[in-house]
Design a protein around this ligand. Sequence first.
Ligand SMILES: C[S@@+](CC[C@H](N)C(=O)[O-])C[C@H]1O[C@@H](n2cnc3c(N)ncnc32)[C@H](O)[C@@H]1O
Length: 350
Amino acid sequence: MLFAFELSGEHATLPRAEVLACLDIIGLEYEEHAFFDQCLVVDIAGSDDIIENIEQKIVSVSKRLAMSHHILKVIGICDTDAESIIEMAERSDVSGHITNGATYAVRARRVRHHTTIQGADLERRVGGCIYRKGYRANLKQPDVEFRLLLTEQCIFGTVVAEVDRSAFEARAPHRKPFFYPGVLMPRVARALVNMSKVEKGEMLFDPFCGTAGILVEAGFVGVDVIGLDVQSKIISGARMNLKGFELEHSLLVGDACRLPLVDCCVDAIVTDPPYGRSATIRAESLNHLYAVSFAEMYRVLKTGGIAVVVSEKPVEDFAVNAGFLVFGEHLQKVHRSLTRIISIFYKGVE
Ligand SMILES: C[S@@+](CC[C@H](N)C(=O)[O-])C[C@H]1O[C@@H](n2cnc3c(N)ncnc32)[C@H](O)[C@@H]1O
């Protein structure tokens, strides 16, 4: 069964990685079917009798995702010319997507420059195809939304879930009770939490927690959080932010080079250490901070756990020296003189 994730265009690789991590978290068996500009199609294994179960799991994924817009249950995929799309809509059996008596609307979205088709005209013509199958249109409040995503190919499906992107705007750093410059935006923080594959009820640790931007996003998906920062005024601010959202938390003032935690006690680490620009560094040097804090992160992380680390310079050598395996890397251009490196490390069996 094919599902399409309509990805945000804010980054080339993070949205896809976030979706795949979330599918792993909920334990769905899947294969990547196709990856287009702003759309990932996955084939999820399962017979018809467990479709409902799969759809419920997909809806639960939408509650975690930050860098997707919609999730579609795919009806068909074809070329992006109008004739192919109309023909696909005409011959498709949509009975598994809309129940008798339910109303529908068709919406089309063009991704960048992949086609010159007029969306409104296509919506009207595909709407006609569905009307001829015996369903009633309701453009204002449809029971079911048919969606045409026009990227390198046209992906036709019904919306099974929508990501509430506005919730992230409401948690923008300047809207939080305590603000300090140099923080990650909530959508990025959430994507990193997801890429750590931490599950609800597990423990996520941020040893450079600052104002708790990462911890807040982890708290919102039901993960238990511990944060540590060397500055006590920052920890007070982090507490204000977590309390402001009524999220349970443990916060410690301390040095990431000497963590007051026992070995193998946290399930995941997501962190944004200082880069050596404006952010305060409490260490002999940035190299020393990275070398010793990576060894400490490795020590406190459970075997099989993932650490997601944001940096400005490559940190792979520090991580590998500490014992980590390298899982992946994403680059995020923040502005002309700052490109963040998002590295994913894994603690394998020793
Ligand atoms: C880039 S900021 C983290 C921002 C954070 N993600 C947020 O949401 O606010 C880096 C943090 O590392 C802290 N820090 C610097 N040296 C440290 C050390 N040796 N141990 C722990 N924290 C340290 C700084 O106080 C700063 O708050």
